[in-house]
Design a protein around this ligand. Structure first.
Ligand code: 5AD
Ligand code: FES
Length: 362
């Protein structure tokens, strides 16, 4: 098991030869614990409306420059059918924090995807109330993604102002999700202005403490229409984590060593920093998941959490073909079935005090 002091040493490592050892260990742990299959999750970006004021995200409510959209149930179902046609086992329904995606509307959507397809359903709809999370779980949602962004509470409050009436923070919500028997995912951004190496080592420790099933990490990419967009990262104090491609690989690799049985995506933010081979290098340094975008192209460019996102102008078919080719070229297999993480599978097999409320499909 990797210790905190080792994590800190690796985060500051610059020698390419020694880093090869880290990549090798992470790749071996990935192969031993989650195997060679790369699971594909079809991403559907439902709505770019958001009520929050996050300092880093282009969807923030005060960004008046951004035209807003919300997909209809029929449009979403068409994307889900496309996921089935491409052979994906899961759809990820993601949006800004949009109260107009009501409890009942999302419940109906989840039920319809469950009824009409064999897909596993991952929700990523922001901070919602425990009773809504419970209703969606009962309707058949399998997984929930909610990044805690940084374990540094003071930094988080600066970049992600809490809702005045919020009863729970994200860490508490992750525990609620766990109690509701969701497969639980979280993650952080790398190189947030003000984020130190100690913070990042704490983030990785928290992944382990929370016993996460899915962990997504990606570089912070400044968006000009946000308060953090103007923040210059360099020249920076020695403690500031850089928002670089190399630092992202290190965090992917160390996350694999800390949480060997989790599902870890090679993220679009990483592919944005290196379009030619970012996704592949992520997969070779600990990651085992790719999330091809299924959002119709007319909406895709409006889901601008950060600028110049990879795959903005490609169609779902183009991304599908491109990603399949890239995975096969690495000598890795395309995953079949829902692809739940071994971490989750081990937990699902343990006897529980209260029985799960929806069928487990892993
Ligand atoms: N740069 C990189 N990642 C970002 N996210 C939001 N804004 C940015 C940005 N400017 C990430 C957050 C969020 C996820 C959906 O996207 O981690 O949880
Ligand atoms: Fe979208 Fe390659 S993944 S074009």
């Amino acid at each position: 098991m990797i210790e905190r002091h080792q994590v800190l040493t690796w985060l500051r490592e610059t020698d390419e030869q020694r880093l090869e050892t880290l990549w090798h260990w992470a790749d071996a742990a990935r192969r031993a614990h989650v195997g060679d299959a790369v699971h594909l999750r079809g991403l559907i970006e439902l709505s770019n409306h958001c009520v929050r004021h996050c300092g880093y995200c282009g969807l923030r409510a005060p960004n008046a420059q951004l035209p807003r959209y919300r997909m209809t149930t029929d449009e979403i179902l068409a994307c889900a059918r496309q996921a089935v046609a491409f052979g994906y086992g899961t759809v990820v329904l993601q949006s800004g924090e949009d109260p107009q995606l009501t409890t009942a509307w999302v419940t109906d959507l989840v039920r319809r995807i469950r009824a009409e397809t064999p897909l596993a359903i991952t929700l990523s709809l922001g901070e919602r109330e425990p009773d809504e999370l419970s209703a969606w779980r009962r309707a058949g949602a399998d997984r929930y993604l909610l990044r805690f962004e940084t374990s540094n509470r003071a930094l988080l409050n600066e970049i992600h102002p809490p809702q005045p009436q919020a009863g729970r923070d994200r860490i508490a919500l992750l525990r609620v999700l766990r109690d509701l028997d969701y497969e639980v995912g979280s993650g952080v951004m790398i190189g947030i202005p003000g984020q130190t190496y100690d913070d990042l080592a704490n983030d990785i420790e928290l992944f382990r403490t929370l016993d996460l099933d899915m962990i997504g990490v990606g570089p912070f990419l400044p968006h000009p229409e946000t308060p953090l967009g103007a923040a210059q990262l360099g020249p920076c104090p020695l403690d500031q984590v850089p928002n670089t491609e190399l630092m992202t690989y290190k965090v992917v690799a160390l996350t694999r060593l800390a949480c060997p049985r989790a599902n870890i995506p090679s993220t679009t933010a990483l592919a944005t920093l290196n379009r030619a081979s970012g996704r592949e290098l992520g997969l070779q340094r600990g990651a085992n998941i790719i999330m091809p975008n299924l959002t119709p192209t007319e909406y895709r460019c409006l889901y601008e959490i950060y600028p110049a996102k990879a795959c903005l102008y490609e169609t779902a078919e183009q991304c599908h073909g491109c990603l399949m080719r890239r995975i096969v070229a690495l000598g890795r297999a395309i995953g079949t079935g829902p692809g739940g993480s071994p971490n989750w599978q081990a937990r699902a097999q343990q006897p529980r005090a209260s029985a799960p409320q929806a069928g487990v499909r892993n």
